[in-house]
Design a binder for this molecule. Structure first.
Ligand SMILES: [Zn+2]
Length: 483
């Protein structure tokens, strides 16, 4: 039999095993109920108390609809779980959407033909058997003042959902979120009014918009246009977005790209002739119906066929950010089906874009690698260690890996300068994602810093100053948030 301390040490926990072992050396029974976690020692508890007063800036997140004001346990899991994202792809095209909206007779017929109820049930059953969900239920039950069961939590949440704006407001106030950097690329078709409704509900939290490269391209590339025409329209939209109020009627603070999970290695391309040759060939194939579906069996070929065009246009976008000293977020880790190609998400494949070299000079655009490179965390941290213009961001893994955040934060703190770690949630669909990220972010950041304080590596005040940088100062400096 191993005692708990030995177990944690033996568990290894991503290179932090020995430190974790030392960290577990409190007397857990006297610490139950304290907010840094019942397993946290006195150092972690007092750091957590300090971190609770530090406001959070969420570097990467999304605006939310009000469609989840009333929900069920099943719907909640479907909206939360990444494994449920491709639900419609488990059936022939259009069938799942039809099933959702169908009357009982039609639904029964679709079930008989496609076994939808059972397949959907299996997907949601698997997604609901996570430690994440069990932990979330406890946290939400405490917040809502109800029993610690999923059913009770959803019932209490629905009672609050009658005034959903005030529920959102309470979650954001409890999480002490000052700024939410909203990636407008994923917004479930929300228009300007719906985004404003969300921003109004979360005030005084400020929603600050990020312009999505891929959304601009999604409006241009399906048209039958020459590359030169695309380029002119693309640059005009970027200009309106970055210099004016072209991001659904509001200004932008930077850009975001989803190119890495599509093509893998991204090398900058500045030669228009190469891009034009590639685009002309792609258009020829497309006109002949020889281009595969973007998210089907040959999705990698779909992206490969237009790779030079995409490299060229993304290089123009990064150039626009560089000129304005604005950061650009690159999706680099985690990711979701059916769009992201998992094998392409190695953070090292971003190195050439981080260098952004021209005429033998590395030009240092401000690049934020979002999603912590997860699960290749160490590769993301090392790239950030090497290149001063490369920043490390913690979202999606925060809050998704819950207790694993202790291990991850320790790994990040190993080599990433404190000035380049950015807090983020990647919150989508459900407001609880924002809240859990801030709550667990502070909790496990306190535990991670406590390891360094107990080891005599950092003082408590250095740890608190470091947390302040991670939780909001770095974000404000990088995005030039002055008001
Ligand atoms: Zn996102």
């Amino acid at each position: 039999m191993h005692d708990r301390r030995e177990f944690l040490g033996l568990a290894g926990a991503g290179g932090g095993g020995l430190l974790l072992g030392a960290h577990g050396a409190g007397n857990p029974s006297t610490l139950l109920g304290l907010s840094a976690g019942p397993d946290a020692n006195q150092t972690a508890q007092s750091l957590h108390e300090a971190f609770e007063t530090i406001p959070v800036d969420d570097t990467h997140c999304h605006p939310l609809t009000f469609n989840d004001a009333e929900t069920t346990t099943e719907q909640f899991v479907e909206r939360m779980a990444l494994s449920a994202f491709p639900m419609d792809r488990y059936f022939p095209r259009g069938v799942y959407r039809e099933w959702l909206d169908a009357d009982p007779d039609r639904r029964a017929k679709l079930d008989a033909d496609h076994d939808i109820e059972r397949i959907r049930g299996d997907v949601l059953e698997q997604a609901s058997q996570t430690v994440f969900l069990r932990f979330m239920v406890k946290e939400m039950a405490a917040f809502l003042g109800c029993d610690e069961t999923f059913e009770a939590v959803i019932e209490a949440r629905n009672a609050r959902g009658v005034d959903y704006a005030s529920y959102l407001n309470d979650l954001f106030a409890d999480a002490k979120i000052d700024n939410a950097m909203l990636d407008m690329g994923y917004r479930e078709g929300m228009g300007s009014d719906e985004v404003t409704q969300f921003e109004t509900a979360i005030a005084p939290t400020r929603g600050r918009r990020i312009l999505r490269v891929d959304s601009i391209l999604a409006g241009l590339l399906p048209e039958d246009l020459e590359l030169d025409e695309i380029e002119v329209a693309f640059l005009r939209e970027i200009e309106e977005g970055l210099d004016g109020t072209g991001n659904l009627g509001a200004p932008s603070y930077g850009m975001k790209s989803y190119l890495l999970p599509r093509i893998g290695l991204i090398k900058p391309l500045f030669d228009r002739t190469i891009a034009r040759t590639n685009w002309d060939e792609f258009r020829r194939l497309r006109a002949r119906g020889e281009v595969p579906e973007p998210d089907g069996d040959d999705r990698d070929i779909y992206w490969e066929l237009q790779k030079d065009t995409l490299r060229y246009l993304h290089s123009l976008a990064l150039e626009a950010c560089l000129e304005r000293n604005m950061p650009m977020q690159f999706h680099a880790g985690d990711g979701e089906a059916p769009r992201g190609i998992m094998r392409n998400q190695d953070p090292f494949l971003m190195e050439e874009m981080v260098r952004f070299e021209r005429n033998g000079v590395m030009r240092m655009p401000q690049i934020i690698m979002i999603h912590a490179g997860y699960p290749l965390i160490g590769r993301g941290t090392w790239l950030t260690h090497l290149y001063p213009n490369c920043h490390f961001e913690l979202s999606l893994a925060t809050p998704l890996i819950h207790h694993g955040l202790l291990r991850m934060y320790l790994e990040v703190l190993e080599v990433v300068p404190l000035s380049k770690i950015l807090f983020g949630s990647d919150a989508y669909n459900l407001p609880e994602f924002y809240w859990l990220a801030a709550k667990w972010g502070r909790r496990f950041l306190a535990q991670a810093f406590a390891v360094y304080v107990d080891a005599g590596i950092l003082t408590s005040s250095e740890a608190i100053a470091g947390a302040r940088m991670i939780l909001h100062e770095n974000n404000r400096r990088l995005y030039h948030l002055e008001d």
